[in-house]
Write a protein that binds this ligand. Structure first.
Ligand code: Q9C
Ligand code: ZN
Length: 341
């Protein structure tokens, strides 16, 4: 399988995030991508190629230009305000407050970002932009006839909505790729999100659309981040009614139960007859993940990867979460090798 990778991911190297009331070192770190790349190479998965540059236009097919401009300029504004450490928000326009973008960068961060775990650093824009180009290059190769491509994106993307970032995500790489596949002629695209966390950003982007089906297997938002989206009764709206499929599961879920949900999502995707599949590939469902609570073993990743090949669709794997850094390469590449087996 072809892998697309950019070394520019290393410019997103945040120092700290707010986690359960404590400031802790960022779980989303450059070593994650290095470990995956090392495993791609040692297993001889296939060629590794750099991204092409498609510019901002395909990003703005799913994101508000104002969010894109904020991400591209936030660090400069933060520095101009006299700060040199990572930029995190601490106040948000939640219930009873007014969602008007303030002038002060400290407030603007809370306007555009929904959590306190996603630091903007000097290199955030460079890294996030490169990740989007990796996804777009993967989509272009799929449109040109490739059976499957691995977009080794970092930072991840599925929590980023049209006009909000958060959850370690800035630009929604999978949504940008799905839209690019549509724009290249695929009439229907399915996005299957297997990350431990609900893909709230991808859901929001396609919620009212008849041309993109979104299915997500994830920890129940009553128990887990992102807490405020991802319930089973969110089924899509208007033209998108019935095309948003959420499979929330309790903490402690084992592979057997998880696979039952995957089989159900598989049937729904298969019956819808899409032209292409985008897999939001988070491997934080692993039993050893430090911030997650599902119980998949490394061999289980190979098993479900192999099942996904049964859909017989051009498939773009887009890297999302996974924080057990020592095992992340094995787990991610197991899915891809299972797919090819
Ligand atoms: N105590 C992705 O997997 N907060 N994002 C975790 C744990 C944020 C995860 C706090 C988790 C974001 C792409
Ligand atoms: Zn996740």
């Amino acid at each position: 399988m072809l892998t697309i990778f950019s070394d520019d991911h290393r410019h997103q190297d945040g120092k700290a995030e707010l986690c359960d009331g404590k400031i802790v070192p960022c779980f989303e770190m450059p070593r994650r991508a290095r470990m995956i790349l090392e495993r791609v190479r040692s297993q001889k998965l296939g060629p590794v190629e750099p991204p092409q540059d498609f510019g901002r236009a395909p990003i703005e097919r799913v994101h508000a230009p104002a969010l894109v401009e904020f991400l591209a300029t936030a660090w400069d504004a933060w520095q101009a305000a006299g700060f040199s450490h990572d930029a995190l928000p601490y106040t948000w326009p939640v219930r009873r407050l007014r969602a008007l973008e303030p002038d002060a960068i400290e407030g603007r961060l809370g306007y555009w970002c929904f959590d306190a775990a996603t630091p903007i650093t000097a290199g955030t824009w460079k890294a996030a932009y490169a990740a989007a180009q990796v996804a777009l290059t993967g989509a272009a190769r799929l449109s040109a006839g490739e059976r499957a491509v691995f977009a080794l994106c970092r930072p991840p993307g599925h929590h980023a909505a049209s006009d909000l970032y958060g959850g370690y995500c800035f630009l929604n790489n999978a949504a940008i790729a799905a839209q690019a596949l549509r724009d290249a002629g695929a009439a229907r695209v399915a996005v299957l999100d297997v990350d431990y966390h609900h893909g709230n950003g991808t859901q929001e982007i396609f919620y009212r659309r008849a041309d993109v089906l979104f299915a997500s297997l994830h920890a129940d938002p009553r128990q887990e981040f992102p807490y405020f989206l991802g319930h089973a009764d969110e089924r899509g709206e208007g033209p998108g009614e019935g095309l948003n499929l959420n499979y929330p599961m309790p903490q402690g879920t084992c592979f057997g139960k998880w696979m039952e949900a995957l089989e159900e999502a598989y049937r729904r995707i298969d019956a819808w007859r899409p032209d292409a599949l985008v897999v939001s590939l988070g491997v934080d469902t692993f039993e050893g993940d430090p911030i997650s609570h599902f119980k998949l073993a490394s061999a289980d990743f190979h098993a479900y990867g192999s099942r996904l090949a049964g859909l017989r669709l051009p498939t773009l794997f887009v890297m999302e979460g996974g924080y057990a850094v020592e095992a992340i390469g094995v787990n991610a590449v197991n899915v891809l090798q299972g797919f090819e087996a």
